[in-house]
Design a protein around this ligand. Structure first.
Ligand SMILES: *Cc1c(COP(=O)(O)O)cnc(C)c1O
Length: 394
């Protein structure tokens, strides 16, 4: 059975180019970039090149890129660092649909006396800008709003949010882990002060990410030790990871627009066909402001988990809610924030395409979904009732 991998928001396959770029840094050029002999200069140079390329892609300066272990660490650092720098409690504004790396950090900060406002979203998952404006208080130290959502793919008006934050002199962080390498981002044009990204969401390796910190932003270190990353994040650098991340960004820079165009077409075909062929289905998230590779459905009278398991038996990898909450029976906080009733949120499934996804694969998945949803509904007493009512009416 062939594997159909449609869970690229959870992680992606390392590209061949990325792997080949990384390999020499495991066994040939394995020197510690902090050492002074010529041999270690190779590691240092490769790291510098990667940093420059990543910075250029964001319209940032190389000195504004701080490598971390991934998106979660970058989010933690941004939020905890800004609050610590503010000293006196402080107020954070974020949204109800953030990744848990942001939300759980906020919960922890609240325990320590920080005040957090969670801004709501509309039925498409778009942040309510009026609510954001109203939430700003004299002690607001940070606005943290994700660039694109990992579950429903909704892209936020980052430039507008950046403008609001800059006008009020408030630091603006965006979790761009899903957006980076998939849609254009410009930290200067968008007035972004802090930005989190992670390589494994764009065909790079796992365990490497960065936090962009605009020059002039005061952000204390969270990891003490050596003087790496200009004294702000200690620990011997993950040289193969950084080099791989650089290559992943190079590939994204070359292919992003062509890939987005192709993925958008496949994505829209997928959504339209499912809505046409399967009754009591809906698409979650904005149709217009949406990541090119994200598809999220809810099916009434179906358990998302059952659907996932039956798709898995056909070799199809998808996700219900985010990977971090998989296995829990709580409906996704993102779908609940859209105002979906819990039973509809429970019947949700996410597919995230890659550059390698084909029309044939999508057609196969739609056929299987049609079969499986019908089968699951046949077993549902609720659906029997609905069918009975409809028959009665006819
Ligand atoms: C995956 C993801 C993260 C976490 O990144 P890691 O590198 O896996 O720690 C954070 N935020 C969003 C939106 C994500 O999709």
């Amino acid at each position: 059975m062939e594997l159909i991998y449609l869970d690229n928001a959870a992680t992606t396959q390392v590209s061949e180019g990325v792997l080949n770029t990384m390999l020499p840094y495991f066994r040939e050029s394995y020197g510690n970039p902090s050492s002074i002999y010529e041999f270690s200069m190779r590691s240092k140079k490769a790291m510098t090149t990667a940093r420059e390329e990543i910075a250029a892609f964001l319209n940032a300066e190389p000195a504004e890129i701080y490598f971390t272990s991934g998106g979660s660490e970058s989010d933690n650092w941004a939020l905890r660092g800004i609050v610590q720098a503010a000293r006196a409690g402080g107020h954070i504004i974020t949204t109800t649909i953030e990744h848990h790396a942001v939300l759980h950090t906020c919960k922890e900060l609240e325990k320590n006396g920080c005040r957090v406002s969670y801004i709501g979203v509309d039925e498409n998952g778009m942040v309510k800008l009026e609510e954001l404006r109203r939430a700003i208080a004299p002690d607001t130290v940070l606005i943290s709003i994700m660039a694109a959502n990992n579950e429903i793919g909704t892209i936020q008006p980052i430039a507008e949010i950046g403008e609001i934050a800059r006008e009020r002199g408030i630091c603006f962080h965006t979790d761009a882990v899903q957006a980076f390498g998939h849609i254009p981002l410009d930290v200067k044009a968008m007035n972004i002060d802090l930005l989190s990204a992670s390589a494994h969401k764009l065909n790079g390796p796992k365990g490497i990410g960065f936090l962009y910190v605009r020059q002039g932003i005061s952000l204390p270190s969270m990891v003490y030790g050596g003087g790496q990353e200009r004294g702000r994040r200690a620990g011997t650098e993950n040289v193969p990871g950084i080099v791989g991340f650089g290559q992943a960004v190079r590939e994204a820079a070359e292919q992003m627009s062509a890939r987005a165009k192709r993925e958008c077409a496949l994505r829209d075909y997928f959504m339209d066909e499912v809505l046409r062929r399967i009754p009591y289905a809906r698409v979650n998230g904005s149709r217009k402001n949406r990541l090119p590779n994200n598809v999220n459905f809810s099916f009434q009278f179906v358990e998302g988990e059952s659907l996932l398991i039956m798709l898995d038996m056909q070799g199809i990898c998808a996700s219900s809610g985010s990977a971090c909450t998989a296995g829990s029976l709580e409906p996704s906080h993102v779908l609940m924030a859209l105002g979906l009733p819990p039973e509809v949120a429970h019947g949700s499934i996410r597919f995230t395409l890659s550059e390698a996804t084909t029309r044939e694969e999508i057609d196969f998945v739609i056929d299987k979904m049609e079969e499986i949803v019908a089968k699951l509904r046949d077993m549902s007493p609720f659906y029997d009732e609905v069918r009975g009512i409809r028959k009665g009416k006819i």
